[in-house]
Ligand binder design. Structure first.
Ligand SMILES: Cc1cc2nc3c(=O)[nH]c(=O)nc-3n(C[C@H](O)[C@H](O)[C@H](O)COP(=O)(O)OP(=O)(O)OC[C@H]3O[C@@H](n4cnc5c(N)ncnc54)[C@H](O)[C@@H]3O)c2cc1C
Length: 601
């Protein structure tokens, strides 16, 4: 029997026991849904993943896209898989019916999409970027732009991209130099070079809708002078028919260590007269608009990282149950049969670590999806605002924690397979390579850590920070006297007190000291906050498991809940203590990195 893509019981635990997605059917948008439709979406996604993607995932990896100077070549199976997703209506499952969507709550859609993301990994980027591109145009574009560029994308005829990065403007987008000039007809002409643009060219759709950041001639320097444009690969006539080729040229493809299901392109805009471009919203507000797409993409990056970790965990778990090797220290008899490696305590440690990281990370992403849903559809204005405040605050953690710890989980999946994990006969080394992108794109971990500590924590007089810590406190209060959970609840409370203390000290120090020094341990702060957040999510899972076990369920169910409790214990005993180490580096403003001179290396 082959390894499952994901553990269906676990997905249902998240959807129905932890995030109670069925309760959302009391909202008007979701009133047509129930558990049957949610499970139906998961069944469809699972069937597509098993039929179209599992058989070819290593073929995708071994056959990266190529460019012969005229055309891009992509193995045909990628289009077949994407078509199956589009045909099933799973490309924009959360959209309104009139936009071709299924009006699924985000958490339920994420549960279904989980199978596709885990199995198809990087080729799904064509679909998720297109969805996020549409969401941005719907939020800030004109009616005409929605009709012309969103509808064909929702129908799956056009795909979309996000074109920000330039050779000399990666993390520092304020330095971008792609320029735009207004024409007499009100459109613009864009000139410049973009790199790393995912899905920037291919032959999978009729057209490609690039969302391009550029600077209108004469605009202020820095982030305040950036505008956002729709720049299509092919122009589209007023009647919707395809017009001539726009000046968007493929300058080359990147050869990546993983993520080979998705083209990564260098694009050249406007080599002759400038590429025809249409301004979205107002000039100089482009970066603010782009954050709509970036924030969505950041949650998707975290989710992709968590799912790649989850599928790697399932694969190595399956392997460990079937691979006989060695004997336990307690068994000295050479005539006895070797045990399956899952019996060795160190292999259990590696599996538990993966479980704690991967299921913790996925819980965090689903929480992010729940907040993103609540900020739009919660019943009261107060609830919507609360969700929006917390989501905005938590986004750097939702993006970074799964991206940092997901690859560590995949690293352990390789280790569980030993030498067999190091060769491409098994997909675990591919999972690691695919997942390794996630701490880099959509804002590196270093950039996210600065965003969290310097911006998100103090923002609006600490509103998001305080609101989120109150949510954690509610869980601490509700678990403090639960049998079996009291010590964990208390430990979490202690780490939150320490976090508050560290935060206070470092921000006070920033008032009178060089910020490069004071914030030089920002990644340790992100790790600390992230681990406390994951411990909070594990305490919730432990609390659900404890209550469920009290009802003495069926034996298989008991095993499932014991697994949850054990992973919670593991995270609290082996991981949460690290927050004190990270906290002390931040609080004491350890200057080792800051002090090191560039020419001392
Ligand atoms: C496969 C892939 C797909 C991508 N897809 C897209 C896409 O679709 N659209 C798009 O626009 N971009 C895309 N990107 C670009 C991606 O977002 C950038 O690579 C990323 O933002 C980092 O920029 P950079 O590569 O120029 O690295 P740099 O900005 O040069 O960073 C290098 C290192 O320096 C650190 N660093 C830089 N500045 C600071 C600072 N101020 N403080 C502390 N540390 C700093 C970084 O953390 C990093 O470790 C993609 C990248 C890759 C690899």
């Amino acid at each position: 029997m082959s390894a499952p893509i994901l553990n269906r019981r676990d997905l249902e635990f998240f959807l129905y026991e932890m995030f109670n997605v069925e309760a959302l059917t009391n909202r008007e948008k979701y009133q047509d849904h129930d558990r049957t439709t949610f499970n139906g979406a998961m069944d469809t996604a699972q069937a597509i993943a098993e039929k179209f993607y599992i058989p070819i995932r290593q073929k995708i990896d071994a056959n990266e896209p190529t460019f012969d100077g005229e055309k891009i070549h992509i193995i045909p199976e990628i289009k077949a898989g994407l078509d199956a997703i589009l045909l099933a209506g799973l490309s924009s499952p959360t959209s309104e019916y009139e936009m071709g969507g299924m009006q699924l709550p985000l958490v339920a859609a994420s549960g279904a999409f989980a199978y596709l993301s885990a199995a198809a990994s990087t080729s799904l980027g064509y679909i998720s970027l297109t969805h996020a591109n549409c969401n941005l145009i719907e939020a800030y574009g004109s009616e005409e732009q929605i009709a012309k560029w969103v509808i064909p994308q929702r129908e799956g005829r056009f795909f979309g991209t996000m074109a920000m990065t330039e050779p000399s403007a990666g993390s520092g987008l304020g330095d971008l130099i792609t320029s735009a000039t207004k024409s007499d007809d009100g459109s613009y002409r864009v000139t410049g070079n973009k790199i790393w643009i995912s899905g920037g060219d291919h032959n999978l759709s009729e057209n490609i809708v690039h969302l391009v950041l550029a600077r209108v001639k004469g605009a202020p320097k820095g982030v305040k002078g950036i505008s956002l444009f729709i720049v299509p690969k092919f122009l589209v006539n007023d009647d919707g028919s395809m017009g001539e080729r726009n000046e968007v040229a493929l300058a080359g493809l990147f050869h990546k260590m993983g993520g080979r299901g998705h083209t990564s392109t260098a694009l050249s805009f406007g080599e002759k007269n400038g590429a025809v471009a249409y301004l979205v919203g107002e000039e100089n507000k482009g970066l603010m608009y782009m954050f709509h797409m970036m924030n969505e993409a950041r949650i998707l990056v975290g989710t992709g990282a968590a799912l790649t970790a989850l599928t790697g965990f399932q694969y190595s778990l399956h392997y460990a149950k079937e691979r006989p090797q060695g004997r336990l220290l307690s068994s000295k008899d050479p005539h006895s049969l070797p045990v399956n490696i899952i019996e060795h305590p160190d292999v259990k440690r590696m599996l538990l670590t993966q479980k704690a990281y991967a299921e913790g990370a996925y819980a965090l992403c689903l929480y992010g999806h729940q907040l993103a849903d609540d900020e739009k559809t919660a019943l009261t204005e107060e609830e919507r605002k609360h969700a929006s405040t917390i989501l905005d605050f938590l986004t750097p953690i939702i993006k970074s924690w799964p991206s940092e710890w997901g690859p560590k989980s995949n690293d352990l999946a390789i280790q569980v397979l030993g030498g067999h994990g190091y060769v491409n006969e098994h997909p675990v080394e591919m999972f690691y390579r695919d997942n390794r992108l996630n701490p880099i794109h959509e804002g590196t971990t270093g950039i996210q850590s600065l965003d969290l500590l310097c911006r998100k924590v103090p923002m609006n007089n600490f509103t998001g920070y305080q609101a989120f810590l109150s949510v954690i406190q509610n869980t601490i209060d509700s678990t403090s006297s639960c049998e079996g959970l009291t010590a964990f609840s208390q430990y979490l409370a202690d780490t939150v007190i320490n976090l508050r203390d560290v935060t206070e000290h470092v921000l006070a120090a920033a008032k009178n000291n060089n910020p490069d020094l004071v914030f030089s341990n920002s990644v340790s702060y992100l790790n600390m906050f992230g681990h406390i957040t994951i411990a909070w999510l594990w305490l919730q899972q432990g609390s659900i498991a404890t209550s469920a076990l009290e009802k003495s369920p069926h034996l298989d169910e008991q095993k499932f809940y014991h697994g949850k409790l054990q992973a919670m214990k593991y995270f609290f005993n082996s991981e949460l203590p690290l927050t004190y180490h990270w906290g002390s580096l931040v609080k004491n403003i350890d200057s080792t990195s800051f002090d090191t001179q560039a020419d001392w290396f």
